[in-house]
Design a protein around this ligand. Sequence first.
Ligand SMILES: Cc1ncc(COP(=O)(O)O)c(C=O)c1O
Length: 418
Amino acid sequence: MAAIKFFEPYPIFMKRARGSHIWDVDDNEYVDYLMSYGALVLGHGAKPVRDSVEAVMDSLGTTVFGTPTEGEFAYGMTLRDIYHPGGSVRLTNSGLEATTLAVRLARAHTGRRKIAKFEGHYHGAVDRLLFSYSPEVARAGNAKSPVPIADSADVDKGMLSDSIVLPFNDWEPTERILTRDAKDLACVIMEPFEEGVIPGEMNFMNNLRRLTRDLEIPLIFDEVKTGFRVRLGGATEFYSIMPEIACLGKIIGGGLPIGAVVGEADILAHLDPRGRQGTVVFHSGTFNGNPLSINVGKATIDALSRPGEFDLLRRRTHRLKGGVSAALAERDIPHQMAGEGGMFNVYFTSKPVRNYRDVRSSDLRLRRFLDLELITNGVYLKPENRYCLSLAHSNEDVSVTKERFAKSVDNLTASVAS
Ligand SMILES: Cc1ncc(COP(=O)(O)O)c(C=O)c1O
């Protein structure tokens, strides 16, 4: 998907939101499952968010200092203690800035150039990582030895020779490729759950952790989608696997721009400007660690971390996921469900969905039409995107959505039949 807001036949302009609901410019109301791509885990305009926006102006008197602040330090430590106890943290303004910085740190630390990523995994709109995210399968080579394909017209073709593509959840070729290229590899970056929902299988993840450690290749978990959503401690907690670096974004800003790199202190030490010349990674950003994102992010994480809250999110999500699957099963529509914690997705295929090629061989056209039908029936998600719930989604929202989902499937089936 080369643009965040566009979809065929045309995107819908929204004008207002509250809790789990949004309204378009024609005053149609929707239950929102986009939740700004998962960033809004408390819902739209949640009270802790509103209060902390006001508190920043009232107590700090500004939106940005351009200096370190106590709040920035404290929030950084909170993220560090959850994602890499004993490590270090650096805040950025977005997820893509976090992944970009993580890869730059890995290159500086290892002195190696090549970057390995998994086919179908997204790490932000930055040229260095925009390869083999959504390649045409016919051009992407054999499933067991995929070739790097540029996702964007500006990607330097020469750069692709330093880009390695790995097949997700396929251990034998992954091991072969990593072993072959180990001496040139600066890092392996991955979404531990592809598209935020398709899990790396436990054996695969354990093998990957062991091998990258043995080969001394830093492993980067891109947790921009999964952080605070598959578990409070993200995929790192889910797998009990500690990567050298985790990248965070979305939820940690509570709806304001932010990103974070959390990881091994000796890798992040390259950010110390007092280091020896030639070892320092230049990192800057006018709004890095700004008080608004920090305070809203902190209020969000505090609310989500209160006893029972994450479980509530998980239970509601589970209920809707079950309802979607049941509606399809009752109608004999082959499908696979995926997702953990506060998000899930559905794929129309009878085969298990374990990686990008499986997603691409599912019925994406049916999925697109169903999503458009859902929008017509007051359920909003960007077509083909995952469902993200929030603490504002009530049991009633879930019940209404289940009904609307069944109705949308029936409408679509009837229109195909006629
Ligand atoms: C896994 C992953 N990494 C990185 C990014 C980029 O984050 P941002 O859009 O904040 O730049 C995204 C955005 O969706 C993402 O899902």
